[in-house]
Design a protein around this ligand. Sequence first.
Ligand SMILES: *[C@@H]1O[C@H](CO)[C@@H](O)[C@H](O)[C@H]1NC(C)=O
Ligand SMILES: *[C@@H]1O[C@H](CO)[C@@H](O)[C@H](O)[C@H]1NC(C)=O
Ligand SMILES: *[C@@H]1O[C@H](CO)[C@@H](O)[C@H](O)[C@H]1NC(C)=O
Ligand SMILES: *[C@@H]1O[C@H](CO)[C@@H](O)[C@H](O)[C@H]1NC(C)=O
Ligand SMILES: *[C@@H]1O[C@H](CO)[C@@H](O)[C@H](O)[C@H]1NC(C)=O
Ligand SMILES: *[C@@H]1O[C@H](CO)[C@@H](O)[C@H](O)[C@H]1NC(C)=O
Ligand SMILES: *[C@@H]1O[C@H](CO)[C@@H](O)[C@H](O)[C@H]1NC(C)=O
Length: 916
Amino acid sequence: MLLSLLLCAGIVSGFRPNPESRGNPNDFTDADITELGALRAVAWYMERNPLPGRSALAPGELENMKPLNATGLFKAYYKADVSPSRFIKALQEIITGNNLVESSRGNNDYYFYCEQIGKSINQIRIQADSMLSSLKGEVNSSGLGTARLSAGRALHVVQKFYSNTNWVEMQKNGSYEYLLNPSSPVIPTAPASKKTCADCTRIGSNLFQCEDNILVNDMLTSGYKVSASCRLKPTGKCGHGGKYDVAQHTPPTGGINKETSNRDFSPHYRLHQKAAELAIEATKSFFVGDGFGLLSKVGDDTFKKFFNLDGYSLTFAVDTTGSMSDDINQVKIKCIELLRSYSGSPDKPFNYILVPFNDPDVGPVIKTQSVDELESAISRLTATGGGDCPEMSMSGLKLALQQSMPRSKIFVFTDAGAKDEHLKGEVEILIDSTKSTVNYLLTGYCSSRKRRSAPEVRPKTFANSYEELAVYSGGFYVLTTKHQLSQVLGIMEKSLNAAPVKLIDGQMYTSQFSIPVDETLKELTISVKASTSFSMTVFQPSGSQLGSLSMLINTEKQKVVKISPIPEPGSWTVNLAPINSYMILVEGKSLLDFHYQILQKEDDYVLPVQGRPVQGLNYTVSMKMMGDAAGMQIQRLVPLSEDGTPLESIPLNQSFDALGNPFAFGPVSLHGPRTLLKVEGLSPGNFPFVRISGDSLTTEFVQILPLPEQNSTMAPGGTLKVSVLVVNHGAARTFAFKVWDDRSFMSSYEPKGSFLNTGENITLTATFIAPVANESFASSVVTFTASSGSAQNYLKLPISVIPETALETDEIPPVYKLREFYMPCRGNLQSEPVCRGHTWQMSFTAVDDQSAVTVTINTNPSGLTCTPKGGDVKNVICEYRSTCCNPFAEVLISDEDGNTSSFTMDYRNSKPPASY
Ligand SMILES: *[C@@H]1O[C@H](CO)[C@@H](O)[C@H](O)[C@H]1NC(C)=O
Ligand SMILES: *[C@@H]1O[C@H](CO)[C@@H](O)[C@H](O)[C@H]1NC(C)=O
Ligand SMILES: *[C@@H]1O[C@H](CO)[C@@H](O)[C@H](O)[C@H]1NC(C)=O
Ligand SMILES: *[C@@H]1O[C@H](CO)[C@@H](O)[C@H](O)[C@H]1NC(C)=O
Ligand SMILES: *[C@@H]1O[C@H](CO)[C@@H](O)[C@H](O)[C@H]1NC(C)=O
Ligand SMILES: *[C@@H]1O[C@H](CO)[C@@H](O)[C@H](O)[C@H]1NC(C)=O
Ligand SMILES: *[C@@H]1O[C@H](CO)[C@@H](O)[C@H](O)[C@H]1NC(C)=O
């Protein structure tokens, strides 16, 4: 399956989207180019912004690291083990935005095809402006997510410039700044009349050798690729080329693309590397270009948020109803003491957030970077009210997730069930997008008596929805008594970890288990829970028992041990007595970790799956390793059921992306409702290592698919309809549908729900109305959900409001008119030395209705003088004079959008030509 997936990577349209879809290893894909460009931009930024109290870094010190990767960069910057996973998460969102352009193919503006260079540049501007509109004012996580999608789309277009035009062949060694900066000089596009390519040499039935086939070196051109909006390759114009270009046999034969290093696909395959290098530099400038990059436009704070450069939040969502006053006091005393002891450590959180919730009020949110301020904020909490039992805890959690940085640790303290349990689905989607963990510390659980017995199909018998959310997010759930709360608060120390990894997570009926401890682990926490009291002992690989255990929690039924530093790597053993069923969680601190993506086949590519994967369908799972990974080996992927049982073992062959990062991918089909992914391999020091994904992968039977070829933009005041298809792959049941968007553009949706038989589908359509605002660009993300009981799937689609004026591209070249023409250079007047004594001359006007006109002449350029008519740069009068030694001239007239017209004059002309 993998092989066929690679072999049939067909309809090539630029650099390939990602390493999983590439043809040749070592080819640069959109994902690689985006990653390396962003890494260089962030390295550049870090060099100029050392951590407080640290000395400045030399220019290039980080950016020129070889290899440059996120782990190495964070380690060099923080001079500590700080995981780059939060940055990688932001990067992944940008790459997903970039890759998903391939999923909605068809729009030529994204590819620079067919000499529609102005249109593609305009598309870059539209996407960049949409990105900036999402980053205005006080940005929140939904704005950041939208901005990253727009950035990915803008970069997709930028990057295609280097694979699909003749920029590289023009011997340009830098990127084309005008793509990103409208005030830098524009290079004219070859006029329609200009021949840009010659035939290539045919060397196989479907193969051409194309070298020096480009005829223009001072103007831009791009390959023609036949599609609905570009119906044929005109005479004399370059083709895109490659075996899937249906016009590659039509003269001029062959083509010019540089998207791969394989000549079957890319006639200019030899220039692939150089095109990629320029695309990487352009990507970097998109973010940090002086005066025009993202950083210059939004400033430091937003730039750091955009890339998730700040750390995680430690967030307390605290129930402040009457019965909680003693709990709050214990939290204050015990947690503050702990947080203070970490306040100088690189493991400390970036900020502390306090979200009180009562009934019916939630908030106000307090954010601070100081432990003292957190302490006084907790002191000011007053526990009052809340007579009836369940509280607004989902609203509190929702607010906490929205306010926290991504990958944060959230602690919820309450003693009551949730009154607003209907928000659970929304909360889960927020957990998916923030990757934060939610931990519950309960000192009771009362729920409403009149709670109807909902026909809920819980995949596992969780005690309640709190436990379900904790497991869903990879957090923990502790139900204790008010009296014992202070004994379990030590568990918070587990969260103070800037490089958390998970080694074991599951339920076992046993009296012993072992832990593969590789040499990259800096600390280890072993958590064991049972329904009855037990004892626990820990043995090192050498066999000696670990003496005094540092217990974060030590109650009869729950023990958490922290081991730091780790005396020796190897296989550690934990003995438990008596034999029983235990919940075991082993975590650690290490930079050796992985991140994964679930991809699905779409036409010829494998692209990120949107929403949750569907049970039983075939996907590709791709895993990328992070860390000091040189010498490390990935061996297997082991999907685990939700109780930690291995489901299968998928052998994986390690490969490297174009940046040299190890990764592996393979086919996967998920069957359980929740799956954890475990990777096994050998560490650089040759110890077996295991890592388990932080959060669980949820699969559903219902699927929401975008319908192809839909508009996603509207003008201010306009309306937009977006439809999706809801498909039921499971048993017949009734689904409720819900649609919302971040900016509340939605006015209605239909239907509200439906009964679907197995295999049946229905179209769900939402209508959006754009506000008539002065501030014209606006982007939002729409979430469509289909749910039935606790089963729910969703799809997120970006939509934007774009002012009509921004969509207009000036595609009209300037016009000209010859006013005078004196040409005596006939016969022997052209030969040396006689020619030097004779001159010819002409004068002409050139006019553009949009922008300033530039005129150039290739021979004897100093013979040309142009002056704006009455100071109007859009309307110039030019005089040209030359000796008869050059009895011809090619005149090029271009406007500021790169539109060009040209005419030639020579001794054979008698009548002046005119374009109007
Ligand atoms: C990341 O970069 C560091 C330093 O440049 C290097 O030691 C490490 O091996 C690299 N990691 C990977 C996965 O290539
Ligand atoms: C770009 O680099 C190539 C090879 O290094 C060199 O031949 C060429 O002159 C350079 N072009 C410019 C415009 O600097
Ligand atoms: C998934 O792949 C397996 C093995 O290649 C195949 O037998 C099965 O039919 C596929 N399932 C679907 C739903 O395509
Ligand atoms: C991994 O590589 C080996 C040896 O090259 C090959 O036999 C095996 O089929 C590969 N496995 C996968 C999953 O690609
Ligand atoms: C998309 O919008 C354009 C212009 O508003 C319109 O002509 C076209 O019909 C729309 N396409 C769809 C599929 O709605
Ligand atoms: C995020 O910001 C946007 C725009 O400023 C706003 O419309 C939206 O309501 C905010 N969302 C949240 C969850 O605060
Ligand atoms: C949706 O249902 C129609 C028939 O009702 C069927 O032709 C079509 O293939 C289905 N689409 C999907 C994606 O399942």
